[in-house]
Write a protein that binds this ligand. Sequence first.
Ligand code: CP
Length: 308
Amino acid sequence: MTLSLTDIVSISDFSRKDIDFVLDEAARMEKLPDSKKNELLKDKVVASLFFEPSTRTRLSFETAIQSLGGSVVGFADAKVSSTKKGESLSDTIRVVGGYADIIVMRHWIEGAAKRAAEVSDKPIVNGGDGANQHPTQTLLDLYTIKKRFGKISGLNIGLLGDLKYGRTVHSLMYALAKFENVNVFLIAPESLKMPQNIINDVKDKIAIKETEKVEEFLPELDVLYATRIQKERFVDEFEYEQIKNVYILGKDLLKHAKKGFKIMHPLPRVNEIKQELDSTDAALYFEQSENGVPVRQALLNMLKDVKK
Ligand code: CP
């Protein structure tokens, strides 16, 4: 089987078959001996263009590239690129496509990855575009859930925090809609609710309940996927200051959670998950970020010979 996509721009472009294929390939990567793995991207160059800050996405991609025997070129800060001199995204992508076989990018503008994919003759991987989408994060989230629960279908999943600006939860909503009988509980203050257009897009496929109170549906949840309040996306800093402490999860939460309950978070966190939860069985977020490597290894291996 091959992936039906030539670029990874939006999780909505993935069929259920594509998602299952990526998750199976990630599991295969975890088992493959290093001696076999480190030949997979031999002689391939991957560009890592991060116009916006990142720790996990950039470093797990770069770890994946190196572990598969590939080379990385790129930048971690737009200020050290010719963007600073006024070069357009389209020109940057066209030029880098002349050096690299695959381009992984993060940009602050929603739709930047789509635009890049339109002008690039090399596969584009969206490592996050503004408040829009973060498809590879979603694939590693799904991988983490499947690895831990043995399934995704039938689970009760709470999404908590900044559902307005959080690109990880936008992508996750679209992905969960591709599985059967998933119940999603949207937990956010009024001003940070999940955009209505996303709810409209998926509401026929997943059961959705909304609340502002984390306690309301907690006993039903298998997973609580917490997110950071996205300070950098607020137009009004005063508004951020007013809402930044809206949810702070601590150990007391676990008293009302069901057996096997897990907390996920794409990270970075600020204060929304207290450190006292880190050593509990519920904490899945560090394992989740580690899963970024096999999932991204699988994606790179699938894209290495793509012809657009
Ligand atoms: N989860 C995530 O995208 O983290 P970074 O912003 O550190 O890449």
